[in-house]
Design a binder for this molecule. Structure first.
Ligand code: IMP
Length: 202
């Protein structure tokens, strides 16, 4: 047994309560305890969500030395050459949903995709998993739930925006739900396979 955390406890490095709310039911379902840990997510500038997610996870691990997970996401809009992509956080703060709707005015092909990359450090394992959610950009903001670009994103297979859905409904489609589920399922399998070997032994 590790002295730093109980075997199933994983710190989720984020200050975003909405993200935490989305991740909790998935972790619960798979038998992991995930605890929100704000204040440790280093945000580097990069074109790659993988690099952003991995760098933030390694950096947080340097300080915390406990099992942890970082998730980084972005909205990639076809008609805008994948803008805002990895710059979604900055673009949300500066332009917001209204700014994106303005950039999209007159554009009829409104396909977009949300991408998420999860890096999970659970020594001796390091797991990187992705999740994608294709959809379209709505003509106007709809709904009060969620965060970020939720009011303007309609996932494929539904006609409501993410902001019109409960967490459970959003999790049926979302990039984050897929990436987190993939990562935790992979960890679960690895822990089951290696439960009889001491991987930390010299
Ligand atoms: P982050 O760097 O992973 O926090 O995500 C960058 C930005 O993308 C956030 O600030 C949000 O504006 C947006 N974003 C990421 N995931 C979602 C989501 O599930 N719904 C709506 N907006 C999101």
């Amino acid at each position: 047994m590790k002295d730093t955390a109980s075997p199933d406890e994983i710190l989720f490095i984020t200050g975003n309560k909405h993200k935490y709310g989305e991740v909790l039911p998935i972790a619960d379902e798979l038998g992991f305890k995930v605890i929100m840990k704000p204040g440790y997510k280093l945000e580097i500038q990069s074109n790659s969500l993988e690099e952003i997610s991995l760098t933030a996870a390694l950096e947080a691990y340097k300080y915390l030395k406990k099992p942890l997970m970082v998730e980084d996401a972005g909205l990639f809009i076809n008609a805008l050459n994948d803008f805002p992509g990895p710059y979604s956080s900055y673009v949300f703060k500066t332009l917001g949903c209204s700014g994106i709707l303005k950039l999209m005015s007159g554009i009829t092909i409104r396909n977009a995709i949300f991408r998420s990359v999860v890096t999970l450090i659970y020594p001796p394992f390091l797991i990187i998993e992705q999740g994608e959610c294709p959809g379209t950009i709505a003509g106007e903001k709809r709904g009060e739930k969620g965060f970020g670009f939720d009011p303007i994103f309609i996932p494929e297979g539904d006609n409501r925006t993410f902001a019109e859905m409960s967490i459970e409904e959003k999790n049926l489609y979302s990039h984050r739900a897929k990436a987190v589920r993939n990562a935790l399922q992979k960890l679960k399998k690895l822990l089951e396979k290696t439960s009889d070997i001491n991987l930390n032994a010299p």
